[in-house]
Design a binder for this molecule. Structure first.
Ligand code: DLL
Length: 439
């Protein structure tokens, strides 16, 4: 495969020059936030921070962290730095705990975002010849539009089919000669298996797909192998990472060597911290990634705590890029789960269960992978075991709990009511989640 680099000046910049650029951008950002975002202005004042204090990029540690809670507390536009007339797009996080986190983009932000995504897609073979089906849901989620405009910048032909409707997805793939799929790993696998199930009518040779630009959720090496074998015909996929608070997809992605995800470091300054103490860890150590978006202006983000656990390798890659590479996401420092593209916190399930008199406080969330999609089962303990014999009442209660949880999470779940005292008790922190996806 070719070793093409979309923006060699930025992607292959010597590290010294890159760090000088990061410092210059950091100082400009601090100055900008001081003047334009009350939230940061107050923090800088409290901590005696001014742009001229920054002599090297490690001085970033003077700045306090920004968290998801800060965004929620200032919902919806409290952290925006420009008036509405300069915001040309709004997205929001997929999670539903409390207020969503809302992000706004200026025209310049959108241009940067498209460039960030374009680099990652180009790195693995997307060109103007590419016919790409975007199978992420279009909407407030950043995945679909992020990839859409990044690929459009390259000149690819975009099929904005969105998610769902398997038969139509497969028909378009065959009829349009789609060669690239943008999706979550689980949906990409689901589509491959669906194609295989229809082989008698439409043989696998009728598909030309050979590249999967995957992301938004974790993908183990085993799952990647399964995806690639299911499509067959040399299908190759890469892992792409990002989050709505930091534009969306485009923060990092794998090149053809797949030895870590290249970070767009001229736009994002990444640190690894110890999640418990907040201390910055040495280069190469594993911990929570904290990201400063150096060029984002609509809603600037300084030292944003991603809660994602990884480590960063600063060696130059075989592809020639000097940009640092982050390890695939290893886990989360909180208990957030990503289910079919939606961020789910166990606390949301708990809040849905409060106030239902027939059930006790003990519950368990079981995550399984069925038909290549992740599913949640919420197991709840009844207070009165005799209810298990009253089917009518039991069904009604089950439906009530189901609807409450569904209205909060926005995804379908299965509710199972179990006998009193059958859910495991914990002396320490309760293990509410049983994740069976990799077992
Ligand atoms: O998932 C942005 C995105 C869209 C990235 C499409 C790549 C492709 P959010 O919905 O805000 O944004 O969710 C962000 O999802 O903090 C991670 O925990 C998780 N996540 C995103 N990409 C990956 C990945 C988008 N490649 C949260 N591997 C992040 C593992 C991922 N987890």
């Amino acid at each position: 495969m070719r070793n093409l680099i979309f923006n060699p000046e930025m992607e292959c910049m010597p590290r010294k020059a890159l760090e000088a650029l990061q410092l210059e951008r950091l100082k400009a950002l601090v100055d900008y936030c001081d003047k334009n975002v009350e939230f940061y202005h107050k923090r800088f004042k409290e901590n005696n921070i001014t742009a001229d204090k920054f002599k090297s990029i490690s001085d970033i540690s003077y700045i306090p962290f920004t968290t998801k809670e800060d965004l929620r507390d200032t919902y919806p536009f409290g952290m925006f730095s420009v008036p509405n007339k300069e915001i040309v797009r709004i997205h929001a996080s997929s999670g539903t705990t409390g207020n969503p986190t809302v992000v706004g983009y200026t025209r310049e932000d959108l241009a940067h975002w498209s460039e960030q995504v374009a680099r990652l897609c180009y790195a693995v073979g997307a060109t103007e010849e590419t016919i790409v089906q975007i199978c992420f849901g279009y909407g407030m989620f950043t995945g679909a539009l992020g990839l859409h405009y990044g690929l459009e910048k390259i000149g690819a032909t975009i099929v904005p089919v969105s998610s769902g409707n398997t038969d139509k997805q497969l028909k378009f793939m065959r009829d349009f000669g789609t060669d690239t799929i943008v999706a979550t790993p689980s949906y990409c696998l689901f589509l491959a298996e669906a194609a295989r199930e229809r082989q008698d009518e439409f043989p696998m040779e009728s598909y030309r797909v050979k590249l999967g630009l995957l992301g938004s959720e974790g993908c183990t090496p085993e799952m990647r192998e399964q995806i690639e074998n299911s499509w067959g015909n040399g299908f190759f996929s890469t892992d792409n990472y990002g989050m709505s608070e930091l534009n969306g997809p485009g923060l990092s992605g794998e090149c053809i060597h797949r030895e870590g995800l290249h970070i767009n470091e001229d736009h994002f300054l990444c640190e690894i911290i110890d999640s418990a103490s907040g201390a910055v860890l040495d280069r190469g150590a594993t911990g929570e990634m904290v990201v400063t978006a150096l060029t984002k202006r609509g809603i600037p983000m300084l030292r944003y705590r991603t809660k994602d656990i990884t480590n960063i390798n600063y060696d130059t890659c075989k592809c020639g890029r000097t940009s640092a590479r982050m390890h695939k996401i290893i886990g989360r420092s909180d208990d957030m789960l990503k289910i079919r593209g939606v961020n789910v916190f166990p606390s949301q399930v708990e809040s849905a269960l409060i106030g239902i008199n027939e059930i006790g406080p003990h519950y368990q969330i079981v995550v399984r992978r069925q038909n290549y999609a992740d599913n949640l089962e919420v197991r709840v303990e009844l207070i009165d075991g005799t209810l298990l014999e009253k089917y009518g009442e039991l069904e009604k209660l089950q439906a009530r709990i189901h609807d409450r949880i569904k209205s909060i999470l926005g995804i379908d779940i299965k509710v199972t009511l179990v006998e009193p005292k059958t859910i495991e008790r914990f002396t320490g922190k309760a293990q509410r989640v049983v994740d069976m996806r990799n077992s």
